[in-house]
Design a protein around this ligand. Structure first.
Ligand code: 13P
Ligand code: ZN
Length: 291
């Protein structure tokens, strides 16, 4: 099937009290691993790329590969650009068939962030594309962006309510104690803050920096209103480990299929486990309207 706007299945996940897993991909094998893993779980899935990945792989290549994956597998797949600070890149993504965009103005002062996000929403909604916004600043390292944990700021519930109303975004990424990349210490999620945000904000909420967060906290976050879970690092690490393992045992290996094959399988296994953790296995079969 063709790529879909993820709201079609995020809303369903919300009704059921489960979440959609969103995976950051970097190349052909990671796209295949996510699509195949999701198809085996019969789960709708969001495949996402940062602007850094678009620079590395080329937006046309990524969009073409994800479209092929979507045609090949009978599950709803959305293609999303993650943490995009640039209006122009968002336009490029939409032109290339992305069905969802995250405009990340979290580095900007509140007023400028709001104005930028509003402009993206006007464009995206005019062509049926979903928009994710972020309020508060998530620490750690994602793509070419790094934010020292001391500079990270949590989402203020009242500000979140005003931001959603002022911009018209479809989903909101909240900063409640997670961070991108590998945690330096055990993450502690602020569930009380999540509940306050949930109370005031009506759009589905998104959890970034989910790698390294224990399963119980992820489940509690989903119960507390998180409908989309972003996972990047927990795919990158097993992928790198699988490749390292091949070269440890066969240092002269030079056939890409022989080291990328195990890497793809390692990624796929994590994809399936995360989808199960999110509770959305089988959800693809409950979405007749969009299939
Ligand atoms: P992790 O790298 O911590 O999984 O974060 C993923 C993310 O938030 C992508 O936007
Ligand atoms: Zn993120």
């Amino acid at each position: 099937m063709a790529l879909v706007n993820p709201l079609s299945f995020i809303q369903k996940a919300r009704e059921k009290g489960v979440a959609i897993a969103a995976f950051n991909v970097h190349n052909l094998e990671t796209i295949q691993a996510v699509a195949e893993g999701a198809a085996e779980e019969r789960a709708p899935v969001i495949i996402q790329t940062t602007p850094g990945t678009l620079k590395h792989a080329g937006i046309e290549y990524i969009a073409a590969c994800v479209k092929v994956a979507s045609e090949k597998h009978d599950i709803p797949i959305a293609l999303h650009v993650d943490h995009c600070p640039s209006f122009n890149t968002i336009v490029q993504c939409i032109r290339n068939g992305y069905t969802s965009v995250m405009i990340d103005g979290s580095r900007l002062p509140y007023e400028d962030n709001t104005a930028l996000v509003k402009k993206v929403v006007e464009l995206a909604h005019s062509v049926g594309i979903a928009v994710e916004g972020e309020l508060g600043r998530i620490g750690g390292t994602e793509d070419d962006m790094s934010l020292d944990e001391r500079e990270a700021t949590f989402t203020v519930p009242e500000e979140a309510r005003d931001f959603v109303e002022a911009t018209g975004i479809d989903t909101l990424a909240v900063a409640i104690g997670t961070a991108h990349g590998v945690y330096k210490w055990e993450p502690r999620l602020d569930f009380r803050r999540l509940a306050e945000i949930r109370e005031l904000v009506d759009v589905p909420l998104v959890l970034h920096g989910a790698s390294g967060v224990d399963d119980e906290s992820i489940k509690r976050a989903i119960t507390g209103g998180i409908c989309k879970i972003n996972i990047a690092t927990e795919l990158k690490i097993p992928m790198a480990e699988a490749i390292q393992e091949v070269f440890r045992s066969r240092p002269d290996e030079n056939d890409p299929r022989k080291y990328m094959g195990p890497a793809k399988e390692a990624v796929k296994e994590v994809v399936r486990n995360k989808i199960r953790l999110c509770g959305c296995s089988g959800l693809a079969d409950e979405l007749e309207g969009i299939r």
